[in-house]
Design a binder for this molecule. Structure first.
Ligand code: CU
Length: 341
């Protein structure tokens, strides 16, 4: 325990040094007019916010015995999926990733002996430079025991330039563990959700990530492991999707792996828009947007859904599942537990 915490302190010191070095380099580059920074995307001279992220080894899967890895805001809170990231358009976020996964574990997951050992952070949807790509290809990964700072920019929408902005529902994941596409890192648990909001967006009361993956899993678990809620006293978490009647619930839905799935919730529906909502009551607008309760999800896809828990249907244990019948039959389902507020 002592050894672990002193190692943690050393890592923290190392991370501070890395951040300082990268920060200084970025400043120097940004100081020269017209020169593009190697560390930061255009429009992101200085991070608005800095956070820490740890990649750690977790206890093995209790059912399959597979190696499990997770990202966490602290080493002790790492999970799969990892912490949900939230950004506002216009924001620039610096994330320092600390690789605490044992070298021997990474070696076990490696599919070719010449592939380097490390973990990384690769993100969808927002802007980043090659140095924050999170690949072996660009050298932007973290060897065991080391740290690296990644910079993400939630570029805003601009009517003037035609830029569509980055608001939406995205995800982040490892791209290095096992092989050049991070397939083994993803399969072990190194993934999480990202939501980029626009100023003025209605904020949900709760956000859950559901990643639909191979072997008929949701967040790498099949039912009954996908739902560990105590029905009398549910505590929200990756394996306990709960809400109070009337709360606005947001799901970040992610397609992992190689197969097609669908996202379906009983008793609830949503508008098929960026946020799952339609603002205003203009009939042409309202009629142009379908209201759905089932949406297809391909590998690498992500989307968001917002619902009002128990809206007109009340409390209950509402099934949430893939509607490919052989997937749901094999355990690709969980429950949204809606309780009285
Ligand atoms: Cu499925």
């Amino acid at each position: 325990m002592d050894r672990k915490s002193s190692a943690g302190r050393l890592l923290l010191v190392a991370a501070v040094l890395v951040v300082t070095t990268v920060g200084a380099g970025g400043l120097a580059l940004a100081g020269k007019a017209g020169e593009r920074s190697a560390e930061k995307p255009d429009g992101c001279a200085q991070p608005d916010r800095r956070i820490q992220l740890y990649a750690v080894e977790l206890p093995r899967d209790p059912v399959t015995g597979q190696i499990r890895l997770g990202y966490g805001s602290t080493p002790d809170t790492a999970s799969y999926p990892g912490p949900t990231m939230e950004m506002i358009e216009g924001e620039c976020l610096a994330i320092t990733l600390h690789n605490q996964v044992p070298e021997a574990t990474l070696a076990q997951l490696r599919v070719a002996p010449e592939h380097p050992l490390g973990v990384s952070l690769h993100v969808h949807g927002v802007k980043y430079t090659q140095l924050s790509d999170g690949t072996v290809h660009s050298g932007s990964y973290v060897p065991p025991g080391q740290s690296r700072t990644y910079t993400w920019y939630a570029k805003p929408r601009s009517a003037a330039t035609g830029s569509q902005g980055t608001a939406g529902y995205w995800w982040y994941h490892d791209h290095v563990v096992g092989g050049p596409h991070g397939t083994q890192g993803l399969g072990a648990g190194l993934f999480g959700g990202l939501v980029v909001r626009r100023q003025g967006d209605t904020r949900p009361d709760r956000t859950y990530v559901t990643a639909f993956g191979d072997r008929q899993t949701i967040n790498l678990r099949r039912s009954p492991e996908a739902d560990t809620c105590d029905h009398m006293n549910p505590q929200p978490g990756p394996t306990c999707l709960m809400a109070k009647v009337g709360e606005r619930i947001e799901f970040i839905v992610i397609g992992l792996g190689n197969e097609l799935h669908t996202f379906h919730i009983h008793g609830h529906s949503w508008a098929d828009t960026r946020t799952g909502m339609v603002e205003g009551n203009s009939k042409p607008l309202v009629d142009s947007i379908p209201v759905i309760d089932n949406k297809s999800l391909g590998p690498g896809d992500s989307f968001g859904v917002q619902i009002i828990a128990g809206d007109s249907v009340g409390p209950g244990h509402w099934m949430l599942h893939c509607h490919m019948q052989f997937h749901s039959d094999a355990g690709m389902y969980t429950t949204l537990h809606v309780i009285e507020g």
